[in-house]
Design a protein around this ligand. Structure first.
Ligand SMILES: [Zn+2]
Length: 531
């Protein structure tokens, strides 16, 4: 007797192979049989005629680190068919924390102060993992160790290279986190404090990851004018350390840099031919999302959010910061230059008084206030103590489709649940790939899109029993209608669930059934030792 049978599904097995009609049976949390016609009974039979059954989707890149401690309902991801998500990206993880800088570490990970209002009762990576699991998540979680988080723990937001002792501390914390189950290391070399680091510092850490069998994911130093040089740096870190390199949210940012897409692809392809294990993830939108602090010149970010706010209330330092935004600095990626105030939209703030600007561009909101947009943006950062999320229109869809179609590209939402009017990728990423890039643009086949959301990501994570519908593997699965599946989250109305998903199973248990959440919570933290 099986636990569950999907009857007459169109099975898209995750490998990229053509879909086939089959019955799929599940027992004890695993796929137990796949055949054109299965006899035998099941406690539950799900009619799947005309529907696609795929392995549960893997969100290789997101910022839901605190979500599993605060509201582990999982609905945002389950309703996209996601059964495993990877946190700790872009250099920022919630662990490890130094006792004397725990709050600073949490605020850094969540993009500003005031976003985690609970007690911080963990420090080590192992303690964080335990907390995620005792919260009984609905979906599975895996995590990277953030390089910025290691730096905050060892030396705060200091704008200088590490001392030998500080680097040793970071190496020790990283090694301990990898032993506790982290899948690898991430950097955010575009953000403070990551941007204060030398390449050699990252190589020293990447060697630890290589020894432990993990991978290195990088939000590279520059995705705009310096895109090609920043890719060179990431590849050099791979060559020098022996670690597999994964480029996070590959993009060419800023109108002037759209033409660099082909050179970027050629660079990665050349490295792969040379034998380097290089992969990337892409999100299916041509708008990015980050913190408004990303417009601020690096010198003004030393010391973290509080120090930034203190500088922005000093007229001379504020003027110098604004000058830096306007003129730029050599080698520094300036998101204002990439998008302009017209295409930088405020997506989330903390204080009730400023909620009305959520959804407006800086240009719009400043004009309504009768203010200069530069001054207005600085005032908002001060009022919100540095915690302002933005959406920036800096890419084009042709490049996004090109990057998505690369055989070594996978899907990561880069979504961060920060309230307000978030980037629609938080709610829509996976169904959007299936609607926009498979059905409408036809730049991906269904089978290839599913491979990028499943087996390719499982291989990157080193999780041998995920990502394919195959007897013996964990039965994480999603059942959807390929003719109607799609995102409904828009920039105007971003907190809307997708359509066309019928059922989602995690470890063989239905967490979404006939479009309704069942209340089951079978998720767990996937430790790298599970590989
Ligand atoms: Zn990033």
């Amino acid at each position: 007797m099986y636990d569950l049978i999907f009857r007459q599904a169109t099975v898209v097995d995750g490998t990229g192979a053509p879909a086939v009609a089959a019955d799929v049976a599940v027992a004890e949390g695993r796929f137990a049989a796949v055949a054109p016609r299965l006899d035998g009974e099941a406690q539950r039979v799900v009619g799947a005629q005309g529907l696609a059954l795929a392995p549960g989707f893997i969100d290789l890149h997101c910022h839901f680190d605190a979500y599993h401690l605060e509201q582990p309902a999982g609905e945002i991801k389950i309703r996209q068919g996601v059964t495993l998500e990877v946190v700790g990206n872009c250099g920022a993880s919630l662990a490890p924390l130094a006792p004397e800088r725990a709050r600073m570490g949490v605020d850094y990970c969540l993009g500003g102060p005031g976003r985690f209002r609970r007690e911080i009762d963990w420090q080590t990576y192992g303690q964080y993992v335990t907390k995620v699991e005792t919260g009984r998540p609905v979906l599975n979680v895996a995590g990277l160790v953030g390089h910025g988080s290691l730096r905050v723990a060892a030396m705060g937001f200091a704008d200088r290279p590490t001392t030998a002792a500080e680097l040793d501390t970071m190496i020790g914390l990283l090694d301990e986190a990898l032993a506790a189950g982290a899948a690898g290391l991430s950097t955010g070399l575009y953000y403070a404090p990551g941007l204060f680091a030398t390449t050699d510092e990252v190589i020293a850490l990447a060697k630890v990851v290589a020894r432990r069998g993990g991978y290195y994911a990088s939000h590279i130093r520059n995705e705009a004018e310096g895109l090609l040089e920043a890719l060179d740096e990431a590849l050099a870190i791979g060559r020098a350390s022996g670690v597999p390199v994964h480029i996070s949210h590959l993009k060419a940012a800023g109108t002037r840099n759209w033409g660099k897409a082909e050179a970027a692809v050629a660079k990665i392809e050349a490295a792969r031919r040379e034998g380097l294990d290089v992969t990337c993830d892409v999100y299916p939108y041509h708008f990015s999302s980050t913190s408004l602090q990303a417009v601020i010149p690096p010198w003004a970010l030393e010391g973290g959010s509080e120090a930034l706010v203190a500088r922005l209330v000093e007229p001379a330092k504020r003027a110098r910061a604004i000058e830096g935004i306007k003129d730029g600095l050599p080698g520094w990626e300036n998101i204002y230059h990439n998008a302009g105030w017209e295409k930088i939209i405020i997506s989330a703030v903390n204080s009730p008084a400023n909620q009305t600007v959520q959804g407006q561009s800086v240009a719009q909101a400043a004009a309504a206030a009768g203010a200069d947009p530069f001054e207005w943006a600085m005032d908002l950062l001060v009022a919100e103590r540095g915690a302002v999320s933005i959406i920036a229109g800096s890419m084009n869809e042709e490049n996004v489709a090109r990057f998505l179609a690369l055989p070594f590209a996978m899907i990561g939402s880069d979504g961060a649940p920060r309230g307000g009017k978030p980037h629609p990728r938080v709610y829509g990423t996976f169904p959007r790939v299936l609607r926009r890039f498979v059905r409408e643009l036809k730049s991906l086949t269904l089978e290839e899109a599913v491979r990028k959301m499943t087996s390719a990501s499982a291989v990157r994570l080193g999780l041998a029993d995920r990502g394919r519908i195959q007897v013996g593997r964990q039965a994480d699965a999603v059942l959807f209608d390929p003719a109607t599946v799609g995102d409904t989250a828009s920039f105007e109305d971003p907190c809307r669930y997708p359509i066309g998903l019928k059922a989602v199973a995690v470890a063989g248990r239905l967490v979404l059934d006939e479009g309704r959440m069942t209340g089951e919570r079978p998720g767990r933290f996937c430790r790298s030792g599970d590989r």
